[in-house]
Design a protein around this ligand. Structure first.
Ligand SMILES: NC(=O)c1ccc[n+]([C@@H]2O[C@H](COP(=O)([O-])OP(=O)(O)OC[C@H]3O[C@@H](n4cnc5c(N)ncnc54)[C@H](O)[C@@H]3O)[C@@H](O)[C@H]2O)c1
Length: 248
């Protein structure tokens, strides 16, 4: 039997760089992966496993989960992976307005709360479920800004606050839901190759022990493992998949 055989697993942002690989890996392990994204036709049938859902809209999530549950009969897993952000995301610290900071916290951090609050309504009565939140190395350590030398790139200030918040919220939820046999973990990727400026790529690869940026396929097996029964005694963990970035 495959490790995710017939498990119904929701993946937010499953059309994106890392999300696509998470969806594929779940499918390869026998799971039924449902992609919840805004990059999907609004009238797509549930049978396509592609569902239009804006995760910043708590009412939309409530009705989307209700539909999925009545169609599939259960919800076994949730991967919080989507990455909504404002148009000015990526501005230097000095240029970030309070409104932009607040909006990004609202769009990126708050949905983690209401997606989990909603999904546990279906997991707790079954006394089983696995939730994986996608965080980042920058929720664990401060940035090494030298990797941006020679480029106009930076890492947004709010990202660290949001991802650090997600990692500790994961521990809160793991503790709260332990009695219900619902596990909550994080996967924290390091930098992922996405055709960035070659100067950044060279700087980054020079600093990371495994001498390369990650690929989405480096991240997805860690997610599938934490969703599986093989991880049945793991909860509240933050699994760093970062080529050793946080080891040095
Ligand atoms: N790419 C990296 O280097 C990296 C590194 C560490 C962590 N991460 C984390 O991995 C996750 C995925 O990142 P990515 O690089 O694949 O991003 P991406 O931009 O490629 O994909 C994000 C997906 O989220 C979807 N999305 C955006 N707003 C949404 C909304 N309101 N509702 C539903 N879906 C929405 C987008 O349509 C897109 O398909 C994020 O949580 C990100 O913080 C990425």
């Amino acid at each position: 039997m495959k490790q995710l055989e017939n498990k119904v697993i929701l993946v937010t942002g499953g059309s994106g760089l890392i999300g696509k690989s998470i969806v594929e890996d779940i499918q390869n392990h026998g799971g039924i992966a449902l992609n919840l994204d805004i990059n999907i036709a609004k009238d797509a049938s549930l049978d396509t496993h592609q569902i239009y859902c804006d995760i910043t809209d708590s009412k939309a999530i409530e009705s989307c989960f209700k539909k999925i549950h009545s169609h599939f009969g259960r919800i076994d897993g949730l991967v919080n992976n989507a990455y909504p952000r404002t148009k000015d995301w990526g501005n230097k610290f000095e240029d970030v307005t309070p409104e932009s900071w607040a909006k990004n916290v609202e769009m990126q951090l708050n949905p983690t709360f209401f997606l989990i609050q909603e999904v546990v309504k279906y997991m707790v009565p079954n006394r089983r479920g696995a939730i994986v939140n996608i965080a980042s190395i920058y929720g664990v350590v401060g940035n090494d800004f030298t990797v941006y030398d020679g480029t106009n790139m930076t890492s947004p200030a709010a990202y660290s606050a949001i991802k650090g918040g997600i990692i500790n919220f994961t521990k809160y939820m793991a503790s709260y839901l332990g009695k219900d046999n619902v596990r909550v973990n994080c996967v924290s990727p390091g930098g992922i190759f996405d055709n960035q400026n070659p100067i950044f790529v060279a700087n980054f690869e020079h600093q990371v022990p495994l001498s390369r940026l990650g690929q989405p396929e480096d991240i997805s097996p860690a997610v599938s493992f934490l969703l599986s029964d093989g991880a049945g005694y793991i909860t509240g963990h933050n699994l760093l998949v970062d080529g050793g970035w946080t080891a040095v």
